[in-house]
Each structure stands twice: as C-alpha cells, then as structure tokens.
Design a protein around this ligand. Sequence first.
Ligand SMILES: [Fe+2]
Length: 184
Amino acid sequence: MCSYCGCQSITVVGRFMAEHDEIINSTGELVRAASTGDAERVRETARVVAGLLHPHTHAEEVGLFSVLREQEEFTDHIDVLCGEHSSLDELLEAVAAGAHDRAPAFEKALRTHIDKEDNGLFPAAAMSLDGTEWERVDATTPQAAAPLTDGRGHLLSQTDHVHDHHHDHEHEHEHGSSQSHPHP
Ligand SMILES: [Fe+2]
C-alpha cells in the first residue's frame, strides 16, 4: 500500500488524530471547571480548547477536506463535518460565556464529531486519495503550531521566561547561549 498511497503524507492524518486527543483532554478540563461553576476557570479552559480547536479545524478544512471534497462521494459528508466545526465553535462560545450546563453537550458533540473523522473519514481518505492528492494535502495544510498544552489538557507554561515563579530550583538550561532569558 505504501508504494502508491503516499504513506509518508499520511503523517497529516497522524497529526490530526494526535490533535484530537489533545482537544478531548483539554475539554475534560473545561467540563470539570464547568461542573464547579467557576466562571473564571471556565473562561480560561475554554480559551485553551478554542486555541487548540480553531487552528486544527482550519488546517483540516483548507487541506484534507478541500482535496477530498473534489470527489463527489465525499462532498456531502465534508459539508456535514464543516457544519459541525461551526456548531462546535458556537457551543464552546456559549459555554465560555456562562452556559456551564452545556459543557457536557459540547464534549459529547466533540467526541461524536472526532469519531466520525478518526474512524470514518480518515480511513476512507487513506483508501481514496492517491500520492499526488496527498502531496496537495500536505502543500495546503498549514504547519502545526507549537504545542499549547502538555497533551493531557494542561496548558504549557507560557510564563517561563517572565519568571513569576520562585527560584527554588536549578534551571536546566544553559546560560550563555544565543537565547536570552530576561531575569527581572
Ligand atoms: Fe478534526
């Protein structure tokens, strides 16, 4: 199969599936926050989910989806999935804006949507697209952003270089490199 399916290009699919896991894990944090009714924490966790979700669905839509969509048997299905991307955005915004009781519905809709991609669309794409089409998918898919979370739903510290934490530990990185580490 690898000799003609453009196997290497299917790293795009591997990336999307890994991003799905990350999005689901961060949604777990959102649902937990919503269950406590902590509005500030809900807004924070919703921001993390949105920060993962938006670049991901955009990458799917402009790359893989647009190439697959050219094949008639996929057109309707792709349109349904794109519609779900929009309704997931709306639901997430509603939760962030205070509809905490809708967080479980968001999680359920997200899981159902991701299942359709992981277990339906992606395997079908692997069977249907040829090497040239995978090359087009690769060429049109935006690069993945730097990781936002640790993959388990926790936001990676973005304040490492701001140093708002106490210096009760040794830094492992070496100073004197070309990178500067401002120490206020
Ligand atoms: Fe997806």
